[in-house]
Design a binder for this molecule. Structure first.
Ligand SMILES: [Zn+2]
Length: 299
């Protein structure tokens, strides 16, 4: 009996997947009113709570400034009161590919304005930075300068391993809602189908590269679409026996200590690891969002 229980426990742990959730572009991506931005964050925080899912919200203080300090503080405190974390996504979401090191450093420091003050009140400090566009440095000089500066300021770089191109779907969704087009429901469905495909794709990619499973970090954005369908995204993970873990727990896995090279694009960490570890992977096998979605979002 004991042996059987041990075997079953071993089998379960071999199948258990872990994922840390991250939401970029707080207060909100897309063209939304301050009140909508607040509602989007409230919905995301509430849904995470229902599923007991830890998450980090990455903030753009310039966009926060624009919605007014009182509301911005309410949004940020909403995350912190729920036991969620906040991280730095730089002040104005500029592309590191276009910045000199001192300009990037300024963006990081300005990017702490309000959220670091709220953290300080709770005896905490900023500890994660997610690069805008996931651009970690297009040259080794730029990457190393940014990494050295961030480490000196107490930051850990937030990786990401699952991408759903949610900005493409979000753009289409916002356009459909603005036009009161019933296509919004179809966009939700396509987005969820694509999310399921991407989770499976990146899980396989990482297993191929690392030769084992490692905790995932999912890249999402604070936007209308994710606020509307987050329950169903979390259910996709739950149906596949994923456990929701804190970013700290995910990135404690040794995979996240593997050095990754400069890259002017923003690939997920599976591709970056593949390059460092000289594992051949076929990026062309990754499915793209449908042409319909891409076109709808641009019309
Ligand atoms: Zn962003």
């Amino acid at each position: 009996m004991i042996l059987l229980a041990l075997l079953l426990a071993a089998a379960a742990s071999a199948q258990t997947r872990e994922v840390a959730l991250t939401f970029d572009d707080l207060p909100s991506a897309g063209d939304v009113t301050p009140a909508e931005a607040e509602a989007i964050n409230r919905a995301i925080v509430a849904e995470l709570g229902k599923h007991r899912a830890p998450a980090v919200g990455f903030v753009n203080e310039k966009a926060g400034e624009r919605i007014g300090t009182a509301r911005w503080e309410r949004i940020l405190n909403g995350w912190l009161d729920a036991g969620l974390e906040l991280g730095n996504h730089t002040f104005a979401h500029l592309d590191l590919n276009d910045l000199r090191p001192e300009e990037f450093e300024r963006q990081v420091i300005l990017g702490e304005a309000v959220f670091a003050r709220l953290l300080a009140k709770r005896g905490a400090k900023p500890r994660y930075l997610r690069f805008p566009f996931n651009h970690i440095g297009g040259t080794e000089d730029s990457r190393k300068a940014a990494a050295t500066f961030l480490a000196s300021r107490g930051y850990e770089i937030a990786a990401c391993t699952i991408d759903t191109s949610d900005y493409e779907f979000s753009r289409a969704y916002d356009a459909a809602l603005a036009a009161k087009d019933a296509a919004a429901a179809r966009i939700e469905r396509e987005y969820l189908d694509y999310t399921a495909v991407q989770i499976a794709y990146y899980d396989k990619l990482n297993a191929q590269v690392l030769g084992r499973t490692a905790p995932h970090v999912m890249l999402l954005h604070a936007n209308r679409l994710n606020a509307a369908v987050l329950a169903r995204i979390l259910e996709i993970f739950e149906a596949r026996a994923f456990r929701f873990v804190a970013l700290e727990k995910a990135q404690a896995d040794p995979a996240y200590a593997i050095e990754v090279a400069a890259n002017k694009f923003g690939p997920m960490w599976g591709y970056r690891w593949a390059r460092t570890m000289r594992v051949k992977v076929n990026g062309a096998a990754e499915m793209e969002p449908s042409e319909w979605i891409r076109r709808y979002g641009r019309k």
